[in-house]
Design a protein around this ligand. Sequence first.
Ligand code: TYD
Length: 153
Amino acid sequence: MEQTLVILKPSCVERGLIGDVISRIQNKGITIIGMKMMQLNEQILREHYSHLVEKPFFPGLCASMMATPVVCMVLKGIDVVEVFRTMTGSTNGRKAAPGTLRGDFCMSGQANIVHASDSVESAKVEIARFFRPDEIFDYTPDNLAFLYADDEL
Ligand code: TYD
């Protein structure tokens, strides 16, 4: 099964939305196999957002991501990278569709509460960036037969 990296950003932590986001993940039937609180620094953000380092908003983005600790998670499920990107919604919360996390919980293109890996390849790199192997608990939930049909597994 696929894995993806999620970061509950300071805008999620500070606004008391950690539980709401985790509820959405669990209600969907996605398995959380890693979870920890971390204080990010500029070094890890320069790697994580390397495609944005030259953008004028990068200093503000860095500051916003270091404003409080974040909660990092590794999620597991069939097609979970795409499934969770769809659940996250488009980058700007004001334009994100209702029913998505950003569409329902934020009004900003920067304070947009969650990060979600955008491909299977970047998920692998991002999980290795934020988690040591011994911090990931790749267990199989007991209710798997009720989450998926046999021919999907
Ligand atoms: P990006 O990787 O383009 O989007 P996404 O998070 O939807 O994968 O951008 C990463 C983060 O950078 C985004 O979540 C918030 C921030 N950002 C800004 O602050 N201003 C901007 O104009 C953009 C495009 C992104």
